[in-house]
Write a protein that binds this ligand. Structure first.
Ligand SMILES: Cc1cc2nc3c(=O)[nH]c(=O)nc-3n(C[C@H](O)[C@H](O)[C@H](O)COP(=O)(O)O)c2cc1C
Length: 186
């Protein structure tokens, strides 16, 4: 079988390995999953985000965002969300049910911001106007930047995963949590 991954333990280990790789390899397809949330009006919402950090022991996935973005309001109201990953190289889809907490201050945020401040992406978190604000003056490349940052860390605690492998003829699918494994009909 592909990858020589026969047992549930092998596959579980490989899933976390790939997630870890994706958090450090900008070319890994799992680097940019889709984060789906419940909108403030109850309707679904989804967007691409960059996977920044993975901790297999704690079963957590981290993301960066602007504290004023819609996803932060949505997650504050309903912390349950789903992350959808697809890799054509692996032929794997991974859907992850998570509970997300939003952090905007404290020593961890200060330390992270010190680092991000030096990078090109600092401006992502320094715009004077919130993401999604309607422009009144048409499009301009130059953004107004303020001295205050709006950086927020999204910490996603994994609750359950749905793993699907597309195979030639036979597909494999399983539902797994930290300590359970269930094969499913694909
Ligand atoms: C490849 C790619 C990566 C992105 N990464 C992030 C990210 O890490 N964090 C983020 O807040 N937005 C990211 N975005 C932008 C979001 O998809 C989205 O447009 C923005 O965050 C506003 O979403 P919201 O209004 O639902 O909060 C990314 C977009 C693309 C296309």
């Amino acid at each position: 079988m592909k990858h020589g991954l026969e047992t549930s333990q092998d596959i579980r280990q490989q899933i976390w390995k790939e997630l870890g790789r994706a958090s450090v390899d900008r070319h890994h397809a799992w680097r940019t999953p889709v984060l789906a949330t419940v909108g403030c009006d109850g309707s679904p919402n989804a967007r691409t985000v960059v996977l920044r950090k993975v901790d297999g022991n704690q079963q957590t996935l981290c993301f960066y965002t602007d504290a004023r973005s819609a996803k932060v309001s949505e997650l504050t109201k309903e912390p349950k969300a789903v992350l959808a990953f697809w890799s054509g190289r692996l032929n794997w889809q991974l859907r992850v049910k998570v509970e997300i907490s939003v952090a905007t201050d404290g020593p961890e945020i200060q330390a992270l911001w010190q680092r991000i401040q030096q990078s090109a992406s600092a401006s992502d978190y320094l715009a004077t106007e919130a993401p999604g604000t309607e422009r009144t003056t048409g499009f301009r490349i130059a953004q107004n930047l303020s001295g205050d940052h709006h950086f927020a860390l999204l910490n996603a605690q994994v609750l359950q995963m749905d793993w699907l492998e597309l195979g030639h003829g036979a597909h494999r699918r399983a539902r797994l949590s930290a300590d359970t494994w269930q094969w499913l009909i694909p």
